[in-house]
Design a binder for this molecule. Structure first.
Ligand SMILES: *[C@@H]1O[C@H](CO)[C@@H](O)[C@H](O)[C@H]1NC(C)=O
Ligand SMILES: *[C@@H]1O[C@H](CO)[C@@H](O)[C@H](O)[C@H]1NC(C)=O
Ligand SMILES: *[C@@H]1O[C@H](CO)[C@@H](O)[C@H](O)[C@H]1NC(C)=O
Ligand SMILES: *[C@@H]1O[C@H](CO)[C@@H](O)[C@H](O)[C@H]1NC(C)=O
Length: 477
């Protein structure tokens, strides 16, 4: 964004590199116009500039917090143009002073602000504003736009939060149809795995994976991608854990779509005797504490003081309140040793990953006595999340796995795991292609409409679109 005055004052050019105003050239024939007209021209130009700043601010919203666009205007006008000695320099210098002066003034109550730029222009024609009044109106209008931008940013975050925690129709359909199939089709009810393979479920010479989810499509992608990438798929055992309502559908899926030669077991949380209220306090907390339910499912904007919050903090607050944090399925990883007492080493996979390489070398990593191997993901924002989960701590419920394993985690080389595909769009496609495991952590899951289009194919590649259930439910069409 640049403002050029040609030395002879014959033209003023605004150019912008980001395409909002490509090249606006305003010719001013210096000899034929009065100083006063010129002054107005510059005021209008100055007024256009902040709109460009605001548009830019929309894109990089953090800019709004760092300096209000009004201050930015002064700052940007200042250094570039001060120090000139010709008329234009003095002119801008004067205007800069006025801007600075009102920069610290409060907008008087009752100051009538034009609704739009064209209204401002027509009011300028009718009333003779002095420079100071004009600058005040300018400031008022800009502050109003900034407020509106902030508010709409918060609503956008809120809507995205709801979009991220909802279940898409196609996935819901898949679950219902497969559940129906479970009751009507004996093949969908067949024992998983078949009886002769049962001993392998607790045989430590196999590679055991655990996946805990209520999303059948996501489970299918994780299992398919892992098995297809594995060098010895016949040695893979998948333990898929799901909740009671999804059990029948999940079982149907893997009964009807065996991923041989790998072995798949499907279990519902209701089938583990160990998962009782005494052992798992989170179960009780979720059922009995309204406070907890509201904290994770409530209207997050109502209780928040938005004037004290930046969009970024609000976003991470929302994230920390994701309903997944009170889902038992999300807490299961803490109890793996109790749930699978016979297994020495397991790899726990989240349901939003895609495995792209053979994972057997993970079993060779010496964990050095630590209970859990994980790629270190703890950063500033996670720390924040931990703090915001204090409510859970206080109620004596279980903290997220991240805390439970704090200090007991052995870091695994990050090349194993590429994180953040659900957060940021600027992911390097080449790195995505090369990572052993890609993780769509964040809101933009590949099965949601808000998923990032260019990252989705790495996931949909493992969705079998010729499957009748997938086709009939119009998944991601
Ligand atoms: C585990 O599986 C291996 C190879 O499939 C087999 O040789 C071994 O006997 C099994 N062990 C047990 C305890 O069943
Ligand atoms: C929100 O915070 C601002 C600034 O600290 C304060 O003036 C205002 O009273 C607060 N509003 C509510 C509803 O708490
Ligand atoms: C993400 O980036 C890609 C290419 O870099 C672009 O085509 C797409 O529109 C972006 N999507 C969003 C939601 O920003
Ligand atoms: C996809 O589904 C069809 C129909 O159910 C099945 O015949 C085919 O083997 C599946 N393909 C893969 C790669 O699983």
């Amino acid at each position: 964004m640049q403002l050029h005055f040609s030395p002879s004052m014959k033209s003023i050019t605004i150019s912008s590199s980001n395409g909002f105003i490509d090249l606006m050239k305003i010719k001013v024939a210096a000899r034929h116009i009065s100083y006063r007209t010129l002054f107005h021209t510059i005021l209008i130009l100055a007024f256009l500039l902040p709109f460009v700043f605001i548009l830019t601010a929309l894109v990089t919203l953090e800019g709004v917090n760092k300096c209000s666009s009004f201050d930015c205007l002064g700052r940007r006008l200042g250094p570039r143009l001060l120090g000139r000695v010709d008329d234009s320099g003095r002119l801008v210098n004067d205007f800069y002073k006025v801007l600075n002066q009102v920069g610290t003034d409060e907008i008087p109550d009752g100051l009538k602000l034009p609704e739009s730029f064209s209204q401002l222009v027509s009011e300028m024609k009718n009333n003779k504003y002095n420079a100071k009044d004009f600058a005040l109106i300018l400031k008022g209008m800009m502050e109003r736009s900034e407020r509106e931008i902030r508010e709409s940013k918060f609503s956008e975050l809120m809507n995205k939060h709801f979009a991220a925690s909802s279940i898409p129709k196609g996935i819901h359909c898949l679950s219902l149809r497969l559940t129906d199939e479970y009751s009507s089709n004996a093949h969908a009810r067949r024992q998983l795995p078949s009886p002769e393979l049962l001993p392998s479920l607790s045989n430590n010479s196999y590679y055991h994976f655990i996946l805990s989810t209520d999303n059948i499509l996501a489970a299918a992608v994780v299992v398919t991608s892992t098995v297809q990438s594995f060098l010895k798929p016949e040695k893979v055992v998948f333990h898929v854990i799901t909740d009671k309502k999804t059990y029948a559908g999940m079982h149907s899926w893997f009964a009807l779509n065996p991923i041989s030669p790998a072995i798949v077991e499907v279990k519902g949380v209701h089938q583990f005797d160990w998962l009782t209220r005494e052992n798992v306090p989170v179960l009780e907390a979720v059922e009995n504490h309204n406070g907890i339910r509201n904290y994770y499912h409530g209207n997050h904007i109502a209780g928040a003081n938005l004037s004290e919050t930046t969009p970024r903090t609000f976003a991470s607050k929302l994230q920390a309140r994701s309903p997944k944090y009170i889902s038992l399925l999300n807490h299961l990883r803490i109890y793996l040793p109790e749930l699978f007492p016979n297994l020495d080493k397991v790899v726990f996979l989240d349901d939003d990953v895609v495995v792209q390489r053979d994972l057997s070398p993970l079993w060779e990593i010496d964990l050095g006595g630590k209970v859990n191997g994980a790629v270190e993901t703890c950063n500033g924002e996670d720390e924040w999340n931990l703090k915001s989960n204090l409510a859970m701590w206080k109620l004596g419920t279980l903290p997220p796995a991240l805390i439970a394993f704090k200090g007991h985690v052995k870091a695994i080389d990050p090349s194993w795991h590429m994180l953040g595909l659900g957060y940021q769009n600027q992911t390097n496609i080449e790195s995505v292609r090369n990572a052993a495991v890609i993780h769509y952590n964040g809101q933009s899951k590949p099965w949601l409409q808000i998923g990032f289009e260019h990252l989705r194919p790495f996931w949909t590649k493992y969705v079998n679109y010729s499957n009748d259930f997938i086709r009939n439910c119009h998944i991601l069409e």
